[in-house]
Design a binder for this molecule. Structure first.
Ligand code: G3I
Length: 370
């Protein structure tokens, strides 16, 4: 046989081997995809930063496409960004988010129409009730209306409650009275009739806040206004995840005919004296509050993995009621918990590490399906 023929055979054999190896690794990859593993159970989402929406980070993009079938913009649909002045709207990044979802078959949850935080300065300064109501109505009509038929769901109202279940003394309550929540849902349902509409809060699995949340949503239902679901944000602490309260909340919210979602899941591993996500609560920086700069001790890593495992077991147990689980960020490096409530810490709250590698918690979550 000629030297040339031998070389050709050798090249073909090499190509076949390469193809087999890449098919095998693709199969292995498919098996370890969150969205595929939980495909029959609930949607799997992530929060996306502006850089991720613009596909400026190829590693993050690969992880998003491999693992997630739902996404929530972490910041760019908040009023401060999307509606910076009375008659100025900035839809650039939100349009890109919608296009990204359409291109990649990722359902987008709009976040958020009405929230006291990250409001534009002009809105915070409106004193007249009439003008504030005009801002409120225009904002919902314009933003929800723009994405009518294109967006899967909206967090219509975010964080309207105090820890004791009473209404938060926000600018919305102050200017519009406590009917503002029902009114926001009424307007959103008209502006975007086929979009699912949710109320979203943190600590609303805790008994007192849950009772307030149930009363608030019942008020919306009693007014004949549509509300489709409730988001429990799920900003919890390692070793202290309130499993019983979470299960009780799934049952009670579902009994109202609502879909239940875990909308901003992460598990804090650093010292903190309170649970929740009130962005106004800040703590001064101090080296003792940042103990894992060089890496997470194995004991904490294992506890984190076990907490995530038990959470997913619970979500699976109630998969007929839980429709989505969204992580608040793609990897540890992106998490807001590196800068809140203390700035500049090194936190480890998610399933992927700073290099986008799956952590032990990731494998425990996947194994809940075995
Ligand atoms: O974009 C500006 C940038 O121009 C500026 O240079 C920089 C200086 O600090 O700030 C940047 O804005 C930051 C913004 O995130 C975008 O990165 C804000 O300071 C920072 O406060 C803001 O934090 C966000 C926080 O909401 C603010 O309300 C977090 O990323 C975001 O994860 C967090 O998300 C909230 C949910 O929407 C509602 N539930 C609680 C959750 C966690 O707080």
């Amino acid at each position: 046989m000629s030297y040339k023929k031998n070389i050709t055979r050798y090249s073909i054999a090499l190509a076949i081997t390469a193809l087999t190896v890449s098919t095998q690794s693709l199969q292995a990859q498919d098996k370890s995809s969150l969205k595929k593993v939980f495909a029959k159970d609930f949607g799997i989402g992530t929060a996306m930063s502006a850089a991720q929406i613009e596909e400026r980070d190829p590693k993050a993009n690969a992880v998003i496409l491999q693992h997630f079938n739902m996404a929530t913009p972490e910041n760019i649909m908040k009023a401060e960004i999307i509606h910076p002045q009375w008659d100025v709207y900035n839809f650039d990044l939100a349009d890109k988010m919608i296009a990204y979802g359409q291109k990649n078959k990722i359902k987008i949850n709009g976040h958020t129409l009405i929230w006291h935080s990250q409001l534009p300065a002009f809105a915070r300064n409106i004193k007249s009730v009439d003008s504030f109501r005009t801002f409120f109505t225009n904002h919902i009509n314009t933003v929800a209306g723009r994405y009518k038929g294109k967006i899967f769901s909206w967090d219509v109202v975010n964080e309207a409650l105090n820890e004791d279940g009473t209404m938060r003394k926000s600018i919305f309550l102050n200017r519009l009275g406590d009917d503002f929540v029902t009114e926001a849902f009424r307007l959103a349902a008209i502006a975007s009739p086929k979009t699912e509409l949710y109320y979203n809060d943190y600590n609303n699995e805790q008994p007192a806040k849950r009772a307030g949340c149930i009363a608030l949503m019942k008020k919306i239902q009693d007014a004949g206004v549509r509300i489709d679901g409730v988001g429990i944000q799920g900003h919890w602490h390692v070793g202290k995840v309130p499993f019983k309260d979470i299960e009780e909340s799934i049952l009670q919210y579902a009994a109202m005919g609502l879909k239940v979602m875990f909308t901003e899941l992460d598990i804090e591993v650093l010292p903190r004296s309170f649970q929740g996500a009130d962005v106004n609560q800040r703590v001064a920086s101090n080296p003792a509050l940042n103990p894992y700069k060089e890496g997470l001790p194995d004991s904490v890593q294992q506890q984190l993995a076990s907490d995530y495992e038990n959470l997913f077991k619970l979500f699976l147990k109630h998969k007929d009621k839980v429709t989505r689980v969204t992580f608040w960020g793609v990897n540890d490096g992106q998490s807001w918990l590196n800068d809140w409530p203390v700035r500049g810490r090194t936190n480890y709250p998610l399933l992927f590490d700073r290099e986008f590698n799956p952590k032990p918690a990731y494998y425990k979550v996947i194994d809940t399906k075995k």
